[in-house]
Design a protein around this ligand. Structure first.
Ligand SMILES: NC(=O)C1=CN([C@@H]2O[C@H](COP(=O)(O)OP(=O)(O)OC[C@H]3O[C@@H](n4cnc5c(N)ncnc54)[C@H](O)[C@@H]3O)[C@@H](O)[C@H]2O)C=CC1
Ligand SMILES: O=C(O)C(=O)C[C@H](O)C(=O)CO
Length: 254
């Protein structure tokens, strides 16, 4: 059963990384609302778009793009706005949580990780603001993570970026609030995408994590959809500058 957000019908929505993992669930969630969805990712998404078109009679606009290339990202945002009208919902979702140790990080790795996990977020926000202003407002949803709140080791550049996303979200909310442009973050807990299962989940690690959740369930990509739709829609019209934690109630201790 899914909620309906009437103002998302026909909305021009742009999602980074919208063809797999949580992003694919978001693309489907927005299509279900009748939105016009454009998304970027590096890998091919044609089969996913075929499936979405069959299910919803509306094909998402897939724009192949590496978001570490800011010119390409901005060009994709422009192409989406040309096809669907000014982007009024931006979801910065694409990220990479590749594991690493502090002592192994060189400047090239730092630059690559920050480019995906923070820089692309900032410049996507910057680039959509003019269109949102012209449209009378908009909503930006930035994916962060509880990883830094938990003080997780194993991916320090990623956690640094996630913490930065929340700081950036608060500052941009202040800057663009007077123009009715809302900026919120969402901080998921451990969401069992296929990639997480293939790369990082172990039975022991998952059991220990669920032990820390109040809700004893494995979070799925679909669990992120309604919180994002809520932040994107006018349902949350009095909310900005916030980080919505959707993690099954992880008990964060020092
Ligand atoms: N899955 C989880 O447990 C958690 C995820 N998150 C956040 O949720 C968001 C989505 O995560 P997942 O779905 O798990 O990730 P994922 O790795 O399954 O999917 C990420 C998407 O971003 C795209 N992408 C990655 N690098 C790109 C690049 N350079 N250029 C263009 N596209 C690129 C990928 O193609 C993919 O579509 C991320 O922001 C992540 O930090 C936060 C906490 C936990
Ligand atoms: O951002 C992430 O990726 C996560 O936060 C994943 C899980 O929360 C995790 O790594 C749990 O230990």
């Amino acid at each position: 059963m899914y909620a309906t957000y009437p103002d998302l019908d026909n909305a021009s929505v742009f999602i980074t990384g919208g063809g797999s993992g949580i992003g694919a669930a978001l693309t489907e969630g927005f299509l279900r609302q009748g939105a016009k969805v454009a998304f970027v990712q590096r890998s091919d998404a044609a089969p996913f778009c075929d499936e979405m078109e069959q299910k919803y009679g509306r094909r998402p606009l897939f724009l192949p793009c590496d978001i570490t290339d800011m010119a390409a990202l901005k060009a994709a945002l422009d192409q989406a706005a040309e096809a669907h009208g000014p982007i009024t919902v931006l979801v910065n979702n694409a990220a990479n949580d590749k594991r690493h140790k502090t002592e192994e990080v060189d400047e090239a790795f730092w630059d690559w990780s920050v480019a995906i996990n923070l820089k692309a977020y900032f410049f996507a926000c910057q680039h959509v603001v003019a269109g949102m202003r012209a449209a009378g407002g908009g909503s930006i949803v930035n994916f962060s993570s509880i990883s830094y709140m938990m003080g997780n080791a194993g991916y320090p550049v990623y956690t640094t970026a996630n913490s930065g996303i929340n700081g950036m979200t608060r500052s941009l909310a202040r800057e663009f609030g007077p123009e009715n442009i809302r900026v919120n973050a969402i901080a998921p807990g451990w969401v069992l995408t296929q990639k997480q299962k293939d790369m990082w989940v172990t039975p022991e690690g998952l059991a220990a994590h669920i032990d820390r959740q109040c809700l004893k369930v494995e979070l799925q990509p679909d669990d992120m959809v309604d919180p994002v739709l809520f932040l994107a829609s006018r349902t949350s019209k009095a909310m900005t500058g916030q980080a919505l934690v959707v993690d099954g109630g992880v008990v964060v201790t020092g």
